[in-house]
Design a binder for this molecule. Structure first.
Ligand code: G4P
Length: 529
């Protein structure tokens, strides 16, 4: 079948990192290899920077750019690479977690000076939940970084994964000489500020090659030999299956800014990384090579032109072939939908496509039909799993400032929360609305967009809520609990009840006092749809 070959050449992944470790720079360098951009700087403007918190024009601009760079596709060596962009800003972490449900593997970028940082740990927890294979790129080797053995230990201990060095650095910072490529036993010598695309690989015959001291200096050569002997003894050859099972992460050292070590990373990634993998649904496992089309929406983005209310839903194709203008079943509503202008991201600008295969992401114009987590099929009732919804960290009550515009406010809040910008919880009686977010930045974005796109004015009043917890377990116990704790119960966007715990202590106490109920700060969207 022709589409089997199409699926086999696809690699869909995300680059994740703690902000500032070098994700944007690396993305850009990968796109340079793919011929998608001609110069550095093109992706950079996608970043929502700290300065942007007070500059709404900037946020608007960046929001626009981030639609265009949400997915970046290019061909390299006969393979089709789909990079799914994840927002670097921690306030948008939830968006990142959802995007991770649509990839088959990730590249993790670590700053060699800072090592494993807080957000890296959280992102890796999400990858571990789904056993997503990870390749690690230790970046900024041109700066005085931590000792590489210490970095490997730190990766293993903090990220709870085994590591397997694929390249090995010769010094760092000013004395950085390059890397020794362990599988091919050759050298990649460092030149700072390399603008050319290809690496200069020096073919040597391992660390015992007599040329080595002349190439990197006597002392460096003997240190490298010592290191490599140790590494060979400890790590041996990489077992691809254990990488695919997400038990081992191959590790590269390089410098994104200097385009150093990026090519070997890309080439190894293309060799090792999984092609589109199966995906679990509530009903059964879906294999990418199944003939019938299935897919799910993992992200919704508002049109950047505020005068048009339509949105773009990003759909990951999970099996079969998606075709333009064919009707597909929208499982949640039971309606058949047809898409006249779906687009992909292969060219620099978005392009209307006739068809797409498992592993691809298509952008669908949406007039309000989609919610994150929705499934499209050729008729089968399926609900894709693994799209998480976490309890927000900050809760505020919406106070309407213009009673004449309450309808607009209601609609705006509904639509913006459907986009996944924030979570909405309603409380009866009194129809109070709480907005929950991961960071403060979303409140500013919400307020701005409500005013500019919906003409509604509101303010947000902080509420003393620690977590929203979804409940599962004994139904009678849940019903009784909800009656008893009515003041702490609210309803999420899918009309599921949540318990609003005021402090970590009350949450613990409540859990202890109600052993028949599980209070969970994370649900999968498929559970509720
Ligand atoms: P992010 O997307 O993970 O947040 O990181 P980004 O690529 O924006 O990189 C963060 C900073 O680190 C940038 O500097 C970038 O130039 C720098 N950087 C990335 N890779 C390397 C590297 O290999 N070596 C060194 N020395 N620096 C690197 P900035 O000053 O914040 O931005 P800019 O003014 O340079 O654009």
């Amino acid at each position: 079948m022709a589409y089997e070959a199409e699926i086999q050449r696809r690699k869909t992944f995300a680059i994740i990192s703690h902000p500032d470790a070098g994700k944007t720079t690396l993305t850009e360098k990968l796109l340079l290899f793919g011929g998608q951009i001609q110069s550095a700087g093109a992706v950079k403007s996608n970043k929502i920077t700290k300065a942007a918190t007070s500059d709404f024009m900037e946020i608007e601009k960046q929001r626009g750019i981030s639609v265009a760079t949400s997915v970046m596709s290019f061909e390299y060596g006969g393979k089709l690479v789909n990079i799914l962009d994840t927002p670097g800003h921690k306030d948008f972490a939830e968006d990142t977690y959802r995007t991770l449900s649509a990839v088959d593997s990730v590249i993790l970028v670590i700053d060699s000076v800072k090592g494993v940082e807080e957000q890296t740990e959280r992102l890796m927890e999400v990858c571990r939940m789904r056993a997503t294979p990870v390749i690690t790129f230790v970046n900024k080797m041109d700066r005085d970084g931590k000792d590489p053995f210490d970095l490997l230990d730190e990766l293993e201990n903090k990220l709870n994964i085994h590591v397997h060095p694929m390249s090995w650095p010769i010094n760092s910072g000013r004395d950085f000489k390059g890397v020794y490529l362990l599988p091919s036993r050759s050298l990649n010598l460092f030149e700072s500020n390399k603008t050319k695309v290809a690496n200069d690989i020096v073919r040597i015959n391992g660390v015992d090659d007599p040329q080595l001291p002349a190439l990197i200096g006597e002392r460096n050569a003997s240190k490298l030999k010592e290191d490599v002997d140790l590494i060979d003894g400890v790590y041996g050859d990489l077992d691809r299956d254990s990488y695919l099972r997400a038990e081992v992460s191959p590790v590269f050292f390089g410098s994104g800014l200097n385009n150093f070590g990026v090519q070997e990373l890309l080439e190894t990634f293309l060799e090792l990384a999984p092609t589109p993998v199966h995906r679990p649904t509530k009903e059964r496992m879906v294999e990418p090579i199944e003939q019938k089309f299935t897919g799910f929406v993992f992200k919704i983005h508002a049109n950047i032109d505020p005068r048009h209310r339509d949105r773009i839903a990003f759909l990951r194709v999970c099996s079969g072939k998606f075709e333009r203008n064919r009707p597909y079943r929208h499982v949640r509503s039971g309606k058949d939908l047809r898409f006249a202008n779906p687009y992909t991201f292969l060219a620099r600008s978005k392009e209307v496509v006739e068809d797409a295969y498992a592993g691809d992401v298509v952008g669908l114009y949406d007039t309000g039909n989609f919610k994150i987590g929705d499934t499209l099929t050729e008729g089968e009732i399926l609900h894709f799993q693994g799209i998480p919804s976490f309890s927000p960290e900050i809760f505020k009550e919406v106070i309407n400032l213009d009673p004449l515009k309450s309808k607009q406010l209601e609609k705006g809040i509904e639509q913006l929360t459907e986009e996944g910008l924030a979570q909405l919880f309603r409380q009866e009686p009194g129809n109070r609305k709480y907005i929950g977010t991961v960071g403060e930045l979303q409140f500013e974005v919400l307020q701005h967009r409500l005013e500019h796109e919906y003409g509604a004015k509101c303010r947000f009043e902080a509420r003393n809520i620690h977590k929203a917890c979804w409940m599962s377990g004994d139904e009678t116990a849940i019903r009784d609990f909800m009656k008893f704790r009515q003041n702490n119960i609210a309803w999420d966007k899918d009309n599921q009840p949540v318990f609003l715990a005021e402090t970590a202590f009350t949450l613990r106490m409540t859990q202890d006092n109600n052993p028949k109920i599980q209070f969970r700060t994370m649900v999968e969207l498929a559970e509720n749809n």
